[in-house]
Ligand binder design. Structure first.
Ligand code: SF4
Length: 320
């Protein structure tokens, strides 16, 4: 895949995933997928919160512990090492220093970087529940709309496609809407993302449409934009399914109705049904549809983000 030099999207990442030897044991967790594939469209900005707060490499491991005064991140052997506040402060520094980020890929299981299912202990050392790493948790609180995912979960084709879609939507918002923020721009964006949002959350499309029509005009534009983006990104977190994609494909096919003869319509319907019933991947009905859209599609339908949500070289729709 050719590197998209001029349009690399800034995405944060746990430094150990970039192959940097910053882990407590002096090692790394180099992610081949991030470095060899995603770096063709993302410009990774790496952060190691534990090194940033002054813990050396190698170092004593730390862990999450629920104490009477709340959840803390302390040394596994020496609980007097407490980096809770420093990790939270560092998340705030990153948030301030790198507002350009359009996504973040985290290392799983880390008491600092883990997104979820990180072990949390009782003060007496027994395992308690599972939670998020402190740095990751603070970052997600500060930046609720930011697409965040764990590297391990990117192995799953549906979660991978979902995360990358969200990063591209977020980037589109930042580059197309934010520089000329207005209600009109938001309406155009919403219209262009109609089918993409419908594939993830049919109701979400309607809810946000109502918000833009009825509530947003009464709010300061920055407040309306913040609310819209937060809700949009939350709706997009729900992965699209074969059923929801099939509904969207049928809707899009409706735009071609009067241009297609019955044999062609039958071919398209069969391809969508084959996809819905798991005989083929999404790329099959979509490629067929796009073939006819190129010839007969209106400007409106051709502008839909759903048709080209990310560089097709990533091949994501070959697996879902
Ligand atoms: S998981 Fe986070 S804190 Fe741990 S080594 Fe990797 S980047 Fe550093």
């Amino acid at each position: 895949m050719a590197k998209l030099e001029n349009s690399l999207i800034p995405v944060g990442i746990s430094a150990c995933l970039m192959g940097q030897k910053v882990r407590f044991d002096g090692g790394h967790k180099r992610s081949r997928y991030c470095l060899d594939v995603l770096s063709e469209c993302f410009e990774f900005k790496s952060f190691c919160p534990e090194v940033a707060v002054g813990l050396g490499t190698p170092r004593e491991p730390i862990r999450l512990v629920d104490m009477p005064q709340g959840r803390r991140v302390v040394g596994t052997k020496d609980p007097s090492i407490d980096v809770t506040d420093a990790l939270k402060d560092y998340a705030e520094q990153v948030y301030q220093a790198a507002p350009e980020l359009c996504g973040y890929i985290l290392m799983k299981g880390s008491p600092s970087c883990g997104m979820e299912r990180v072990k949390v202990y009782h003060a007496n050392g027994n395992p308690n529940v599972a939670g998020s790493g402190l740095y990751a948790e603070r970052l997600m609180q500060l930046h609720p709309a930011l697409p965040v995912e764990e590297e391990g979960r990117l192995q799953d084709a549906v979660l991978r496609e979902n995360f990358i879609t969200r990063v591209f939507v977020y980037h589109d918002w930042k580059t197309d809407v934010v520089p000329e923020l207005s209600l009109h721009k938001m309406l155009q964006f919403h219209s262009r993302h109609k089918y993409q949002l419908m594939a993830h959350h049919y109701q979400g499309y309607r809810v946000l449409g109502r918000f833009l029509a009825q509530e947003a005009p009464r709010l300061p534009v920055a407040e309306a934009a913040e609310t819209y983006l937060k809700e949009l990104m939350a709706f997009l977190r729900r992965p699209a399914t074969r059923k929801t994609h099939s509904n969207v494909l049928m809707h899009i096919m409706g735009y071609l109705k009067k241009h297609l003869d019955s044999a062609t319509r039958h071919d398209l319907l069969s391809a969508i049904e084959d996809y819905r019933t798991k005989k083929v991947h999404l790329v099959v009905p979509l490629s067929l549809l796009q073939h006819y859209l190129k010839r007969y599609g209106s400007e409106y339908i051709l502008s839909q983000a759903y048709l080209n949500p990310y560089p097709h070289e990533l091949g994501l729709r070959n697996y879902i």
